[in-house]
Ligand binder design. Structure first.
Ligand SMILES: NC(=O)c1ccc[n+]([C@@H]2O[C@H](COP(=O)([O-])OP(=O)(O)OC[C@H]3O[C@@H](n4cnc5c(N)ncnc54)[C@H](OP(=O)(O)O)[C@@H]3O)[C@@H](O)[C@H]2O)c1
Length: 345
């Protein structure tokens, strides 16, 4: 059994990691950390885990990395990079769910996150943890930067268009909707029940921090710099994320041809389900699972492809994807502990 620890176990992604890891056949949980809840029992802070985990939460410290094989950091951004240099010396593998090591260029991080990166030299050793694109490098990595939820849904919807002479990679528009758990467990006014319930709003237009992450990965696939228009929205639901992406077509491409292209592109991917022609992605059909559902259409009047992609932001958008990465890093079957149908209804 491999030893696993989680820093930030009391947050939404930390609790989701625990829900999956307690049933994972190849791991045992060693240490759980929290900040404001340190000293308490995890089951008191996450009552859903009662009977599954019975552990006292401790404060994050460098020793954490010396007695486990894999350490998940489910921490706010900037907190991760304050701790990663010391934690790496402990020798364990680290999967960081924050944004701190996702961007390859420290200047881009500083521009979008409005804070200097504390250890740009470590960025180079981090691998962007989207298994469908970077499986082989993830297997070798000591530090994996787990992707953001919006980027996961957008990149998987758009990767098949890259390096295709029939697609205009500079014309991409992504419209995304997220459940409120995407903002984490910490209270803030915009996610207060009275503010988020019975209401849909756009936010971060033209400046959302996930934009450069989407551009970085699509540019890498295309082989040249791509900019995208990305518009996120907050939806009155607990979990779930839907992205609808638009790409101008340079040639006539039929809906059936586009569908066949997507089916071929993802034919070996267990966790990407390309829906039948005429079906569109639905967050309810992936809830609680590691699946990304993708539905395609062509708007022939405007010669534009439209792709819908649905994930659970806490799962494929965060914690189950992190476990998919852990499986790869440990050299075990990628689907271990993850291959289950979604929750429905
Ligand atoms: N929520 C999502 O859908 C989602 C998706 C993808 C990526 N992410 C990323 O994953 C990370 C965790 O997100 P989350 O939604 O789980 O956040 P969260 O619910 O706010 O949880 C944050 C966790 O970090 C701990 N913490 C806070 N400040 C700390 C500090 N200074 N030092 C040590 N620990 C500290 C908290 O402990 P206490 O509870 O004791 O205060 C808590 O366990 C974030 O970087 C987020 O951007 C989230």
């Amino acid at each position: 059994m491999k030893k696993i620890s989680i820093a930030g176990a009391t947050g939404y992604t930390g609790i989701e990691l625990l829900r999956l890891l307690v049933k994972h056949p190849e791991v045992e949980i060693v240490t759980l950390t929290a900040e404001s809840h340190a000293g308490k029992n995890i089951a008191d802070i996450a009552p859903s885990l009662k009977g599954w985990v019975d552990q006292t939460l401790v404060k994050l410290s460098p020793e954490l990395a010396t007695n486990c094989d894999v350490l998940f950091l489910a921490l706010p951004h900037t907190t991760s990079m304050q701790n990663v240099p010391e934690l790496l010396k402990g020798g364990c593998k680290i999967i960081d769910l924050s944004a701190d090591y996702r961007l390859h260029d420290a200047k881009v991080y500083t521009d979008w996150y409005k804070t200097p990166h504390l250890n740009p030299e470590i960025i180079k050793q981090a691998v962007y943890g989207l298994p469908e694109l970077h499986r082989d490098t993830i297997k070798q990595a000591q530090l994996v930067a787990n992707p953001g939820c919006y980027p996961t849904s957008a990149i998987l919807a758009l990767a098949p268009f890259m390096q295709q002479d029939w697609a205009d990679a500079q014309s991409i528009i992504i419209d995304s909707k997220s459940g409120v758990s995407g903002a984490g467990r910490k209270l803030r006014q915009s996610t207060h029940f009275c503010e988020a319930n019975e209401s849909v709003t756009a936010y971060g237009l033209g400046e959302h921090r996930h934009t450069p992450e989407i551009e970085q990965e699509l540019s890498g696939l295309e082989g040249s710099d791509i900019t995208v228009s990305f518009s996120p929205h907050l939806m009155p639901m607990t979990r779930g994320m839907l992205s609808t992406a638009y790409v101008n077509l340079k040639k006539n491409v039929t809906r059936d041809a586009l569908h066949a292209h997507f089916v071929k592109f993802y034919k070996n991917e267990r966790f990407v389900r390309v829906l039948e022609v005429g079906q569109y992605a639905n967050t309810a059909h992936v809830a609680g699972s590691n699946f990304c559902d993708i539905g395609v259409q062509v708007d022939t009047r405007n010669q534009r492809a439209i792709v819908t992609s649905a994930i659970d932001n806490l799962m494929k958008g965060a914690s189950s994807q992190a476990i998919q990465n852990m499986n790869l890093m440990l050299g075990i079957d990628e689907t271990t502990g993850l291959d289950a149908p979604p929750l429905f209804p």
